[in-house]
Design a protein around this ligand. Sequence first.
Ligand SMILES: *Cc1c(COP(=O)(O)O)cnc(C)c1O
Length: 344
Amino acid sequence: MKKYIRPNILNLEPYSTARDEFQGAGIDIDVWLDANESPYPSTVNRYPDPHQKELKKRISSLFNIPEDMIFVGGAGSDEAIDVTFRVFCRPGVDNVVAITPSYGVYKVSAAINDVELREVLLNEDFSLPVERILAATDSNTKLIWICSPNNPTGNALPKEEIKHIAGNFDGIVIVDEAYADFSDKGSMIDDIRELPNVIVLRTFSKAWGMAGMRAGMAFADPVIIEYFDRVKYPYNMSSIIQRELLRRIDEGTGNHIPQLISERDKLAAALNEISTVRKVYPSDANFLLIKVEDANNMYDYLMKNGVIVRNRSKMPLCAGTLRITVGTPEENKRIIELISKYPK
Ligand SMILES: *Cc1c(COP(=O)(O)O)cnc(C)c1O
């Protein structure tokens, strides 16, 4: 894996925190005067664990993956996206390939890091253009970005095709699984031991109901994780969030996956009955992409009635589409009623 890492990152002398240098061979320390913290106790007077050990232990059992294959981002999986660019891509030299339409952050993060992003249009039916993706790469292509289930199209992409890409590409394949909890098509997590050039991204923001916490993960080969940890800000997740995440994972709160899946399917069926809705695309996520006669007007109409959806009409292959997040049964009823009455 080391051959894919930027030379300056390979040679990086990482920042060593106060607690990293202390190797307390079994000695009980009760006076901590090493980190210029305030000595006066509160819930937050000490620096957080930069290695998030407790949290990684919990995530390890939750996702059935060894602790040394886990990176935790305190700015969500968006942080993992940015760190991926910084670890692998030489600004102004390397390039990456990404499917389109897909999640917007890959492109923004590429631009921030001065890395060329080559977009490969999905097939008309939103399936994966495997050969066109491989053909878009050259000797300076470091990354291929795939999102499955894909945002905004909603469909999961076949694991076999993703594996084929990973097996035939001399670089890193990132599979963003932000919505995998809503899909019955499986995850690539169990495949990364055999495919060390694959990174899987997951998040607590969607299915776990914790978008406000900003907690996301990258799962990858231990060598990749080692360099991610060197490049991240040392204290990239606050102690409050680490504690709160552990508490909520244990409580299992915020997990409404079965309800959301059943609501998604009901919402899709109801929207399919409405004449102004031309198409409801199949979804493996917690949102639906629909094609309507005049997306811009319907967007304004919904907004004027207090409901905001995402207008995806300007995205490639998505002319005339709106993306609707699955809400509570009451919220879904409201949008169904509004769309049935449209254009009144
Ligand atoms: C929402 C979303 C994310 C963002 O996750 P955070 O952990 O909240 O940063 C990542 N990827 C995709 C495809 C998303 O839709």
